[in-house]
Design a protein around this ligand. Structure first.
Ligand code: ADP
Ligand code: MG
Length: 432
């Protein structure tokens, strides 16, 4: 299912308006965009320009790697799995994409016939029965809102719209407009009746926006589906949200994931091994506009109604649940390291890497809990996959992979389209 595309004003027009020409004519749905006419070249460049690099293993002795990429939720979803029977693996992948497309149809704000729109339209009116996935994602979203004291809030829709991050035009609204929109924001205005799975949005004009959590949620459901189908090893990348399943050699070698350099799109800031965990980054470079010399990011503070003003340029969260990683990376960007540190730690299997701007230098904040370590199966985050044995990390040194990836990833990617990747890079941001 292709993403919807908004036709933006021309570059010169946008420059006249004082807006940065960021990604003219971009298709977007969930916070990332892709260009029309997705040729292999565009895809490869797009992949390279993204947040993550991963090294994929040689073909394992016990199976074959099967990889597919789809355009869904306005970004790329790439799934690479290991199985002895490629035909079976292909069927499982068809099933996974069907599942994700179904979630997209329910959760999107870009299609007025989506289930989320139907709920939003009833804001201020009666309670509405919702489907199991919409109920489930809302439950989780509200739990993260509570935990982050509202830094993450799915009711940010009115202010996302006001600043033009949903469909444009991007602009700096007046204080009155912000104050007005904020009266329609607040997760406590969502009333739920679990016995009948009904939801009521208490204030007219409320708009739920799942953009900060939907990709992570879809990833968890996809991983769940793969496990149900008996698959144990794979790598999933959904517009920069990563889930590293099992081992990269189908035995015990962890996947290597790289945090993108926030200011140099083709460089890795750092790589780290990861196994049976999700990785999510929220950064000020993903979507933003510049007006009157100031940079406004697409992550908004529900507390102020404005884009977050911070010296944090990127926050990466690693934890066993992709939903959690997605929601918390957004929340932590709003909260900053001081407030967020109470919510992270190896004891709860939540790892975080903060990169901050200090003058013209980028530095890692000492409050980072990093690098991620394997988690005991009893920690909260792993509960979701309770039956899963979390394997020990080991494998090759990180340095070896880092030495190779930044320099030759581009070449490897070009080759990957032809013969199957040794290095597999991903996705999501397709900036000019
Ligand atoms: P990306 O989608 O670029 O990976 P995020 O996961 O951080 O980035 O999600 C950003 C999106 O989340 C925004 O485009 C908007 O739809 C929504 N959003 C913005 N601010 C918040 C917030 N404070 N809480 C919840 N969702 C938010
Ligand atoms: Mg997020």
């Amino acid at each position: 299912m292709n993403g919807h595309c908004s036709t933006w004003s021309s570059d010169s027009e946008r420059r006249r308006q004082g807006l940065a020409v960021e990604r003219p004519r971009v298709c977007r749905k969930w916070g990332h965009g892709f260009r029309h006419g997705g040729t292999v070249a565009v895809l490869v460049i797009g992949l390279w320009g993204s947040g993550w690099l991963m090294s994929a293993p040689p073909v394992s002795g016990t199976g074959r790697w099967v990889q597919r990429t789809w355009v869904v939720m306005g970004t790329y979803l790439t799934v690479r799995i290991l199985h002895e029977d490629p035909v079976y693996a292909g069927r499982v992948l068809d099933d996974v994409i069907g599942l994700v497309q179904d979630l997209d149809r329910r959760f999107t704000l870009y299609d007025p016939s989506s289930e989320l729109w139907a709920l939003n339209r009833q804001a201020g009116g009666p309670a509405v029965p919702v489907s199991e996935p919409l109920w489930d994602i809302l439950e989780q979203a509200i739990a993260y809102s509570r935990e982050t004291k509202g830094a993450f809030d799915v009711t940010v829709g009115p202010i996302v719209q006001l600043w033009g991050f949903l469909e444009g035009p991007r602009r700096v609204p007046s204080d009155e407009e912000i104050a007005q929109a904020r009266t329609r924001v607040g997760y406590r205005k969502i009333d739920r009746d679990p016995s009948r799975r009904m939801v009521r949005l208490a204030t007219p004009g409320m708009v739920l926006d799942l953009g900060g959590i939907a990709k992570g949620y879809a990833l968890d459901r996809a991983v769940e589906r793969l496990r149900q189908a008996g698959l144990r090893h794979g790598l999933l990348n959904f517009g920069g949200e990563i889930y590293a399943m099992g081992a990269s050699d189908g035995v015990d070698r962890p996947w290597t994931v790289a945090v993108r350099h926030p200011r140099r799109p083709n460089r890795a800031w750092q790589t780290f091994p990861v196994q049976d965990m999700a990785v999510s980054t929220s950064g000020d470079y993903e979507r933003f506009f510049v007006a009157r010399g100031r940079r406004y990011s697409h992550i908004l503070s529900p507390w102020t109604g404005r884009p977050v003003e911070t010296d944090v340029v990127s926050v990466t969260v690693v934890t066993p649940s992709a939903t959690e990683a997605d929601a918390l990376s957004t929340a932590f960007f709003v909260m900053g390291p001081e407030q967020a540190q109470a919510l992270v730690g190896s004891d709860r299997c939540r790892y975080v890497l903060w990169i901050r701007q200090q003058g013209d230098r980028l530095v890692e904040d000492p409050r980072s809990v990093w690098p991620p370590r394997p988690c005991p199966a009893t920690t909260a985050g792993v509960r979701e996959f309770g039956s899963l044995a979390v394997r020990q990390m080991g494998g090759p040194s990180v340095g070896t992979t880092l030495g190779v990836a930044p320099q030759i990833a581009y070449v490897c990617l070009v080759v990957s389209g032809l013969i199957g990747a040794r290095i597999w890079a991903t996705t999501g941001c397709f900036y000019a």
